[in-house]
Ligand binder design. Structure first.
Ligand code: ATP
Ligand code: MG
Length: 414
């Protein structure tokens, strides 16, 4: 019989532990705190949806839908897909759960998302996003609020300095049509110089040539006409209101006229927060306005704007967060002390004190554990202390030691 092989972790997935886990948790708790300051509600939605939710929202021609989705048939024969992003599922929930009544709805969520991509630094197959959306608000104030929220999040994470907000407008429907026609004419004229991929994009989704990473495409993409000449007065006014809002809020931004979102329902604002500290995985947070999305899912025309950020990429940029110290380690010596310590530790924890019990090794090893855990105090329990009903409480920073009655321990440690 073949030897049983130890199972392996699936390529592109992660087991998040120790320092990595602390960074990860720090991103999520900071997001949770900041979203509450901006009065966004937290929601949770399913990890999988009908495949149609993503295929219709994102469009069949996008990389995500055509190459990256985890799609499978369940036992009932339905085609399901593990979410590759949040917006589509949120739009579905907005329609199926009657959330229209709460519009404008300011919501955030976070959790794992799945894309079949080539794993590398900052790129996984199961990764995590934080996500913020405003649905049912057509005003530029919603775009501004989301961008200021993103900026504050980066500031509070201490990484705003190395990250730049790049901003563009895709205009309204009329602008977009006119610009698209001008782009197609430009790319047609340079058909022979485009990459294979971009020739396909030219047929299906020509705007996407603008953000092609292929060096062959860059000169043609860079010399393509900007949207500015095609902006209607309304679209121009919208963009001006967004940039004025950012300026008023003290959020720095840069115009990037090459920044696009390929799908037809994207309107007006498109943005990315980028850094050069993560190699080619430099986009940490990205989003835009998607006023046509809910309509394209069969719902009433509904304005929407939002962004998503990769938790791993944000976590990689963080300074190493300090391990959270604990209050005390109980160090019992001898069987009687160990038995008593179990009750003391339980009482302390119930009183809200973070304690660990050191029950392995000799006295020296047990004290070393208290140091390693960054405890403020060690509570030593030997036969003498048991007889007196006290713990010997040693402040680990100073080495001073006092005796404290069992009943007063929680108070003394707080
Ligand atoms: P990229 O150009 O890096 O592939 P994207 O345009 O596919 O990014 P979005 O769909 O806008 O990314 O997702 C929002 C954010 O999610 C990205 O800015 C990035 O921080 C993160 N992200 C996207 N794909 C991955 C991945 N495979 N692994 C880790 N993080 C990712
Ligand atoms: Mg991608």
């Amino acid at each position: 019989m073949a030897r049983t092989e130890t199972p392996r972790r699936i390529r592109g997935t992660q087991d998040i532990f120790g320092d990595e886990q602390r960074r990860f948790a720090h991103v999520l708790s900071t997001f949770e705190r900041v979203r509450a300051l901006y009065c966004f509600q937290r929601i949770d939605i399913p990890v999988f949806e009908s495949t149609a939710v993503f295929a219709r929202s994102l469009g069949e021609t996008t990389d995500v839908v055509s190459k990256e989705m985890y799609t499978f048939e369940d036992r009932g024969g339905d085609s399901l897909t593990l979410r590759p992003e949040f917006t589509a599922g949120i739009a579905r929930a907005y329609l199926t759960e009657g959330w229209q009544q709460f519009a404008p709805l300011k919501i955030t969520t976070s959790g794992p998302v799945f894309r079949y991509e080539r794993p590398q630094k900052g790129r996984f197959r199961q990764f995590h996003q934080i996500d913020a959306e405003v649905i049912g608000a057509a005003e530029p104030a919603a775009d501004v609020e989301l961008l200021v929220l993103a900026d504050q999040l980066l500031r509070e994470l201490g990484i705003a300095d190395g990250v730049t907000l790049q901003l563009n407008t895709l205009g309204d429907a009329e602008t977009r049509e006119a610009w698209r026609a001008a782009l197609v004419a430009h790319f047609e004229a340079h058909r022979g110089e485009l990459s294979e991929d971009s020739l396909t994009r030219l047929e299906k989704n020509p705007m996407r040539i603008l953000d092609s990473k292929d060096p062959k495409d860059r000169p043609i993409a860079d010399s393509a006409p900007d949207i500015d000449a095609y902006l209607t007065p309304e679209a121009r006014a919208f963009f001006d209101a967004v940039t004025a809002g950012l300026d008023a809020a003290g959020v720095a931004w840069e115009r990037n006229a090459r920044l696009v979102r390929g799908l037809d329902y994207y309107r007006h604002t498109a943005f990315e927060f980028v850094t050069d500290r993560l190699g080619s995985q430099g986009t940490v947070l990205a989003g835009g306005r998607y006023d046509g999305l809910i309509g394209s899912l069969g719902g009433p025309e509904t304005a929407g704007v939002g962004w998503a950020a990769g938790v791993e990429r944000l976590a990689m940029l963080l300074e190493e967060p300090a391990a959270a110290g604990i209050d005390a380690v109980v160090v019992p010596m001898g069987a009687a002390a160990e038995a008593r310590a179990t009750g003391i530790v339980a009482d302390l924890r119930r009183a809200g004190v973070a304690v660990e019990m050191a029950y392995k090794g000799k006295m020296k090893a047990r004290m070393a554990k208290a140091d390693a855990l960054g405890a403020r105090f060690a509570i030593i329990l030997g036969d003498d202390e048991l007889a007196k009903g006290v713990g010997a409480v040693k402040a680990l920073a100073t080495g001073t030691q006092t005796e404290v009655a069992f009943a007063d321990l929680a108070e003394a440690l707080r």
